[in-house]
Design a protein around this ligand. Structure first.
Ligand code: NAD
Ligand code: TYD
Length: 351
C-alpha cells in the first residue's frame, strides 16, 4: 500500500465525504476510519463504500491513548487526517467540558501517539489537522482571515479548536512532527447533521416548524461546498508544505437572514407551495451568547500554491443539497431519533 491513512471522525459530516473520496480515488491507499460514533457519527453515511477492499472501520475514542498508539503501530499508519471533534458551537455553550475533552485532550493524545510511534522515522509521515476559521474570532464589515491572523476565539468550541491548533504546532516545533493545519469556513452539503443552520432550516420548512434565526440574522458566514473542502484536503495532503497552515474558503459570504430567505425560496419551489410560504415560518429568537458577527477567508495562499479553487455555483449546489435532504427522509429520521430530540428541546425552548 502506498499510503496508510487513519481518518479520525470519518463517520461525521465532512469526515464521511473525506473517507468516500479517498477510498474511491486511491485504491492503492488503505483508509482506516477511526470514530467513536457519538450522536454526530453515523456509519450509514458510508454504506456505499463499507465493503471496499481498501477500507476498514474501527470504533474508538481519540482520548484512548493505549488504543490509538496500538493502532498507529499495528497498522503502520503513514498519514493521520484528523477530523474527529465536537463541532457544534451551540452544544459547546451547553457542555463546554466535553469539547475540551475531545478537541483538546483528544488531539493531544493523538499527537503524542504519533510522536512516540513515528519517533526516528518521521520521513513520509504527516499529521494533518482539520480546523476552522472560527479560531480567528470575529470580523467587522471589512477584511478577511488569513494564515497570519492572530487567534482570538470566543466560543468554547472555537477556543477548544484554537487550543488544538496550538498543540499541533507545538508538536511540530518541539518534536519535529510533520504537521499541516487547514482552517476552513462553514461547509454545506449532504449528510450534515440537522443541528447546523442549513439542514435545520430545510428540515423545519419540510415539517412546517418555526425557522429560528438568532438575533436579527445580521451575522455573516462564508459558505463552502463540502466536496470543495474535501478536494482541498486531498491536494494539501499531497502537495502542502509540512509545518504550515492553509486557509480554505468559498469567497461566498451570506448574512444568515439572506441565506434563510434563499433556502425558503428554493424550498417553496421544491415543495410546489406558494412563494412566501416557507418565509412565513421565520422566527427571530434570542441571540447566541458571544455570537461572532462575521467570518471571511482570504484563500490566496492555497490558490497560489496549488490549482485548488472553489467550484460550485452556490444557488445550484444549495438546491442539490435541498433535494438530497428531501429525497432522504429516512436518513434524517435515523440521525435525529433519540438524543437529538432532547438537545432540540433544550436548545430552543423559551428562546
Ligand atoms: P461532525 O460533528 O459532523 O463529525 C464529528 C465526528 O467525530 C463524528 O463522526 C463523531 O462521532 C466523531 N467523534 C467525536 N468525538 C470523537 C472522539 N472522542 N473520538 C473519535 N471520534 C469522535 O463534524 P464535521 O462538521 O464533519 O467537522 C469535522 C471537522 O472539521 C471538525 O474537526 C471541525 O472542527 C472541522 N470543521 C468543520 C466545519 C463545518 O462547517 N462543519 C468547518 C471547518 C472545520
Ligand atoms: P452553525 O451552522 O451553527 O455554524 P457556526 O456557528 O459554526 O457558524 O450556524 C451558522 C450561523 O447561523 C451562525 O451565525 C448561527 C446561526 N444560526 C441561527 O441563526 N439559527 C440556528 O438555529 C442555528 C443552528 C444557527
Amino acid at each position: 500500500m502506498d499510503k496508510i491513512i487513519l481518518i479520525t471522525g470519518g463517520a461525521g459530516f465532512i469526515g464521511s465525504h473525506v473517507v468516500r473520496h479517498f477510498v474511491k480515488k486511491y485504491p492503492d491507499y488503505r483508509v482506516i476510519n477511526f470514530d467513536k460514533l457519538t450522536y454526530a457519527g453515523y456509519l450509514g453515511n458510508l454504506s456505499d463504500i463499507e465493503s471496499a477492499p481498501n477500507y476498514t472501520f474501527i470504533k474508538g475514542d481519540i482520548c484512548d491513548a493505549e488504543h490509538v498508539e496500538r493502532l498507529l503501530s499495528a497498522e503502520a499508519i503513514t498519514h493521520i487526517l484528523h477530523l474527529a471533534a465536537e463541532s457544534h458551537v451551540d452544544r459547546s455553550i451547553l457542555d463546554p467540558i466535553g469539547f475540551v475533552r475531545t478537541n483538546v485532550l483528544g488531539t493531544a493524545t493523538l499527537l503524542n501517539a504519533a510522536k512516540d510511534v513515528w519517533k526516528g522515522q518521521m520521513e513520509g509521515k504527516l499529521f494533518y489537522h482539520v480546523s476552522t476559521d472560527e479560531v480567528f474570532g470575529s470580523l467587522g464589515t471589512h477584511g478577511s482571515f488569513s494564515e497570519t491572523t492572530a487567534y482570538d476565539p470566543h466560543s468554547p468550541y472555537s477556543a477548544s479548536k484554537a487550543s488544538s491548533d496550538h498543540f499541533v504546532r507545538a508538536y511540530h516545533d518541539t518534536y519535529g512532527l510533520p504537521i499541516l493545519i487547514s482552517n476552513c469556513s462553514n461547509n454545506y452539503g449532504t449528510h450534515q447533521f440537522p443541528e447546523k443552520l442549513i439542514p435545520l432550516i430545510i428540515r423545519n420548512i419540510r415539517d412546517k416548524k418555526p425557522l429560528p434565526v438568532y438575533g436579527k440574522g445580521e451575522n455573516v458566514r462564508d459558505w463552502l461546498w463540502v466536496n470543495d473542502h474535501v478536494r482541498a484536503i486531498d491536494i494539501l495532503l499531497h502537495e502542502g508544505k509540512a509545518g504550515f497552515t492553509y486557509c480554505i474558503g468559498g469567497n461566498n459570504e451570506w448574512k444568515n437572514i439572506d441565506l434563510v430567505r434563499l433556502l425558503c425560496s428554493i424550498m417553496d419551489g421544491e415543495l410546489n407551495q406558494p412563494e412566501g410560504a416557507a418565509a412565513s415560518l421565520i422566527t427571530f429568537v434570542t441571540d447566541r451568547p458571544g455570537h461572532d458577527m462575521r467570518y471571511a477567508i482570504d484563500a490566496t495562499k492555497i490558490m497560489a500554491e496549488t490549482d485548488w479553487k472553489p467550484t460550485q455555483d452556490f444557488r445550484m449546489a444549495l438546491t442539490d443539497t435541498v433535494r438530497w435532504y428531501l429525497a432522504n427522509p429516512q436518513w434524517i429520521e435515523a440521525v435525529t431519533s433519540g438524543e437529538y430530540q432532547h438537545y432540540y428541546e433544550r436548545q430552543y425552548a423559551g428562546r
